[in-house]
Design a protein around this ligand. Sequence first.
Ligand SMILES: [Zn+2]
Length: 386
Amino acid sequence: MGRLTIIKHVRIFDGGSIHGPRTAVIEGSHIGDDALADDPDPSTVEVVDGTGCTLLPGLIDCHVHILDEAQLAACASYGVTTVCDMACVPLEKYVRLRAAKGPTTWLSSSLPAYEENSRHGKLFKLARVTPDHAVHNTEEAANFVQDRVDEKVDYVKIIADFPGHEQAVLDMIQVEAKKHGKMTVAHTAQFHSFERGVQADFDILTHVPSDKTLDNNIVDKMVSQRTVAVPTLTMMQKMADSWVLWIASWIFPSLGRRNFQVSLDSVTVMHNAGVPIVAGTDANNSGIFSIVPGVSLHHELELLVRAGLTPIEALRAATSLAAQHFNLTDRGRISPGLRADLVLVEGNPDEDITATARISKVWSNGEEATIPAQHRRAGLGSCAVM
Ligand SMILES: [Zn+2]
C-alpha cells in the first residue's frame, strides 16, 4: 500500500457535483478508496482536517503560453495542475518544456499555423519566428500537420486570423490532423474568424468574438458538430480594456473595436444552446497583454459565472469538462484510481466561485505542492494537518 493522506470532514466536488462532508483518501500518487481510511497504520498516514473546506480536482487551464519551467511549476501553487499551451516557439523551448519534470502537466500544440500577412504573422515576424514557418496554401498545410505530428504535439492549432488563410487551408489542416488522430484547435477572436473555424469543423475554438455577438446560426452548427469553446474571457476583457488598443483602433479602423460585453454575451448564447464551455485564460508574457498563469484561472471562473454559468458549471469547465475534451482520462474528477491532482479550498466554491482562490493545499500526483504566501489571495487557509 502506498503512503496515505486522509482528508476528513471535507466537502467534495468530484467533477460533477458536491458530496459530503466525508473522507477523501490519497494513496501514493492516486486517489484511494475511502475504505483505506477505516483502519490506517498511524506511522504512514497524514491526516488533514477538511472542516469548512471543499476538495476539488486539480484545475486545468486550457489556454496558456508558458514562459519557462519555473512559471510552469508555479501554476500548481495556484491549484492549476494541468495547462494546455496554445503556441510554443521556438522549437527548443517546446522540447525543453516537454521534458520538464514538475507538479504541473504541460500539453502543447508547439507552433500554430499562421498566415504571413495576418496580425499574428506580423507579430511572429517581430518575435523572430521566421516567415519560413508560415502556411501559405493547402500543400504547406498538409506538411505543417505532418511536422507537428513528428514533434508529438497534443493537438494541432491554426490561427484563423484576419486577414487570414483561405477557407481551403483551414479545411486541409482539419482533414490532415484527423488523418493522424489529432485534435484540432482554432484561434477565433473575431466573428468572421469564428465563423470560419466552425465552417472547418475544428474540435475546439479558442477566444470569443468581441466585435459581434455570436448568433443562433453559428451556435446551432456548433451544437450539431459538438464544437467546444475555450472563450478566454480574461484575455477578451484585458484587450477590451486596453487604452492602447482603443487609441490604435481610432487611428487604424481596420483593427476594429472591442466590446467585452459582446464577448460575455457570446458565451451566454453558446452556453444556453448547450455548447460545452471550457476554462482557459490565454496567460502569457507578451508585455501589455500579459496575464499571470495560475492565478488568472480563478479570475476566468468568475467571468464564466458572470456570463451565466452556475458556479458548479464553472468548476466543471476547469475540471471534468476540460479533461474530457482534451482527452485526459486520468484526471479532472475525484474518483478512486485517478491521478491525485487535488485542491483544497476554504468555503463553498459551488456557491461562491471566488472561494477557489482561497487555497489551503494542493496535491499534484499525490505530492503536496508548496504554496508561497503571496499566491494566496485571501490569506492562509485554515484547513490544518492534524
Ligand atoms: Zn493564446
